[in-house]
Design a protein around this ligand. Sequence first.
Ligand code: KG4
Ligand code: ZN
Length: 373
Amino acid sequence: MADSRDEPLVLGIETSCDETGVGVVRGTTLLADAVASSVDEHARFGGVVPEVASRAHLEAMVPTIQRALKDAGVAASDLDGVAVTAGPGLAGALLVGVSAAKAYAYALGKPLYGVNHLASHICVDQLEHGALPEPTMALLVSGGHSSLLLSTDITSDVRPLGATIDDAAGEAFDKIARVLNLGFPGGPVIDRYAREGDPEAIAFPRGLTGPRDAAYDFSFSGLKTAVARWIEAKRAAGEEVPVRDVAASFQEAVVDVLTRKAVRACKDEGVDHLMIGGGVAANTRLRALAQERCERAGIRLRVPRPKLCTDNGAMVAALGAEMVARNRAASDLDLSADSSLPVTEPHVPGAHAHTHTHSHDHVHEVAKDNLYS
Ligand code: KG4
Ligand code: ZN
């Protein structure tokens, strides 16, 4: 095997939502994962406020980069590249990370890689379980997305098999937590309450699981309404709401559908690995049920540890390192943040479509091109 120091050393910046994440990765080895979150500033609004997030990113950006480099024990000049989430996400929030990444890439004379947030959520598992098998089936569940994705190469080929037609899984957790007055974000607190509740106490609906429904699409808005109505009826009758049982039964409805469809997709596509990523993959019950069902179906389950499931910079660095390792074209220094970057585009190659060569001069030429043209 090659000396690990030959593997690309990449800094990754993530600012698509409320987490300012900066990670440092060498190949598939995690060296640093610094995160500054503005989640507390959003709590009183019951959801992420874009303007508040952008301002928090701006304040946290440079100190978080410095902390990550220090934790990793590397100098900025040692980097082989700077990766950043180009999208999807909140436009203003993305812009802060993209601007910072450009500034560092230009000042250091390193190639810039604008990467996809969703592909990063998948690629991060390389830091935990080694190289991704190809193809990989991925269930991506976060506050903004719920998708089943099939990837033969995480740097170039991500195919969506299905997605939510309304709310994302994490969004459903957040909304139900609000109805139960449990605060924001809802996922972790519902997870906690559910541990002491009965998942079979209330039979909540399983969306899009009928014989004629799309096999790989998800829907959580009917479930959300059903739970809200059930709670209202209890309150109207002057009865106490059994918070733990509601949390457990709601959570069971979500993870039952997610795991059922993911296992079915693996079987249909003949894929014997399932990767689960995104914030909701931190859910204890989702992890347990997925493990149970995958084992029964002979599928190997890969789920990163919770800290790597929620938004972080290491996942961006992991995908950036893979881009460098596979000689993918770097992005131009006029890279734009794209709030609706399609999941099918793992990264944003430059218009010049130049392949990254370890020549820093070359990058400088491209940079000058962009600045002076
Ligand atoms: O991936 P992420 O950090 O940000 C987005 O890209 O959206 O995901 C955040 C979402 C939130 O909706 C949060 O409630 C949910 O992930 N979440 C969880 C858990 N931890 C975070 N949902 C269920 N159970 C958890 N333990
Ligand atoms: Zn995310």
